[in-house]
Design a protein. Structure first.
Length: 153
């Protein structure tokens, strides 16, 4: 698998992966605008995984200084390997690449949040040496009430 920086022309392939991950169609125009903005920010690393010129994986890593660590932290914000390509060690290769990228940028820790329902993903992250130490709390601000944790909402 070839891993490279994402470019603006990758937006539709990334959109397809993220919609697959979230199990819903996201608003395309807003997605395209955010994607374009993130490409310009030096603390955001948007990476593509390709096989034979076809996008099969995407990883979005943010590197930032955090006061409560008094150091730089790398956080995976989005990470997906296309379902048809899972189980081929592509995720492991991509994760190792992102970990090296974080180290090369002076980060002391690598972290992420994952939906509680993504149990296979949790097993994957634990196999990569990660540990569950935190909770993530959310509060919808759109007026839409979410009463249960499910994908596709």
């Amino acid at each position: 698998m070839l891993i490279r920086k994402a470019e603006l022309q990758d937006v539709r392939a990334v959109y397809a992966l993220i919609c697959e991950l979230e199990e819903q169609d996201l608003p395309l125009l807003e997605f395209e605008n955010i994607f374009g903005s993130l490409l310009k920010l030096p603390e955001h690393f948007l990476m593509i995984g390709e096989i034979e010129g076809r996008t099969v994986a995407f990883l979005h890593l943010r590197v930032e200084g955090q006061l409560h660590h008094a150091a730089k932290i790398a956080e995976i914000l989005e990470f997906d390997v296309e379902r048809s390509h899972r189980g081929r060690n592509l995720g492991q290769q991509f994760f190792a690449y992102a970990e090296k990228l974080a180290r090369d940028n002076g980060c002391i820790q690598f972290e992420l949040s994952s939906n509680m329902l993504r149990e296979k993903a949790h097993c994957f992250y634990e196999r990569q040496g990660m540990h569950k130490f935190h909770y993530k709390f959310t509060l919808p601000l759109s007026g839409k009430t979410v009463n249960e944790n499910k994908l596709g909402v």
